[in-house]
Design a protein around this ligand. Sequence first.
Ligand code: AMP
Length: 517
Amino acid sequence: MVEFSRQTENKRQSARARFLQREQRRLIDTPPLPRALHEECGVFGIIGHSEESSSTIALGLHALQHRGQEAAGIVTFDHATQKFHSDRAAGLVSGHFISEDVLDALKGSAGIGHTRYSTTGGTNVKNIQPFYADLDRGGLAIAHNGNLTNTVTLRSQLIREGRIFHTTSDTELFLKLTAQSRKLSLADRVMDSLGGVEGAYALLVLTADALIGVRDPVGIRPLVLGRLGNAYVLASESCAFDQIGAEFMRDVEPGEMVICRRDGTMESRRCFPKPPNARPCIFELIYFARPNSFVDGKSIYQLRKQLGERLAIETPIDADLVAPIPDSGVAAAIGYSNASGLPYEMALIRGHYSGRTFIQPSQRMRKLGVERKLSANAGVVKGKRIVLIDDSLVRGTTSTAITSMLRKAGAKEVHFRIACPPIRYPDYYGINTPTREELMAATHSVEEIRQFIGADSLGFLSLEGLYEALDKGPRHTEYPAFTDHCFTGEYPTALVDKTMQDHQAQIEQLSFLKESS
Ligand code: AMP
């Protein structure tokens, strides 16, 4: 009987090993996966500035560049001429919004800007934000970070009612809904538009006399308010305030609208009742936000260190050194090192001129991208047992490439530690992992992932550990204090379009026009 079950177990294991080999080949050889994690964006706005606003906006956007590198745009309003000025371009902020001519043309002491992060195909200039529209009570520009979950449904409904769309972006829905509102003031009309949308948004709206900031009902995407002299500033992250020397005032609350005016006054309105618990996206803390930003009054850098400390307690290992995957794993690796007592070393050196790897169109290209970006530091690695720390594991591309790189450089053992739980569920709010198949942890056990990436051991931070490390554990009054569906499958809003297999593919099919970008 014992013999029989051992044989069965052996057979099961070799079938599993064959399956994993096939999987590994499939991932390397298959044509491009449709989508990557992406679609974070950065927004920045200012009103009541003593100078022309464009260069300050460009500087603020520059600090938010990590939130989107595909394209950038600025719209300003010039009070003297009562005209809006708009400029949008593909590429980095510094690729366009650096020349004096460009900045001088963007006249006015108020404006909003946007950095965009999208992948599929080229960036069609029509989809670059801010969007502008002439409404019957004046011009209005809008910049949006986040994703709506009822884009397809709502857009089809509006088209049937006779509306015309010029872009395939969900942001245009805000414009259409604002335009059709019967309310009198533009602020009221923007507020009216929110009743029709579902999902995640941090919005900036510029009108002739106000800069408006709005956050979705549970606060999935971030938005902060600050002051620069007499001017009000709004941005996705506080690091943009540091860049321009502005003072941080507070986070815009979930479901709140702030209306900042040229005369230095500010009004706060509730668009939605205060939620029992705000649920900002936990991925902002884990990966997106810049380490020098503060969220909810807490330093992102410190929080990530706390994640690393907790990870060390939960997944200890006998090793010679701790090293980060730079830059995303740095703070957590410092925390792991502090808590474990193992020395912190740079086992990998990052090249800063290789561009982004995450959104390469194919697995082969992504793997090459990781190899181009990171090199093993043989002087540190040779003969050593290394604990490698990263913030997250998505498809396993980075970890697989790095394990083999370190082994080639002479590492004796490679132990992977991930400072968040396994990502098992797709996101529809702005990080966009629309299919579960793209997520390695959705279809593989931790042991299978370990085998796949070729590490000696693999450990993830537990969900409880994550919450505890962020000081928001189950005993916290506002539990769950985050949008954490990536780990739990529990979504904080209705997923109206989700019945569709591939939400994003549907969105791209919204237009029959194929333009060269
Ligand atoms: P993967 O290589 O597919 O397992 O992805 C994990 C790596 O991608 C980690 O190094 C993360 O820091 C990074 N990462 C996680 N989320 C994102 C995102 N939305 N955009 C770009 N990179 C990401």
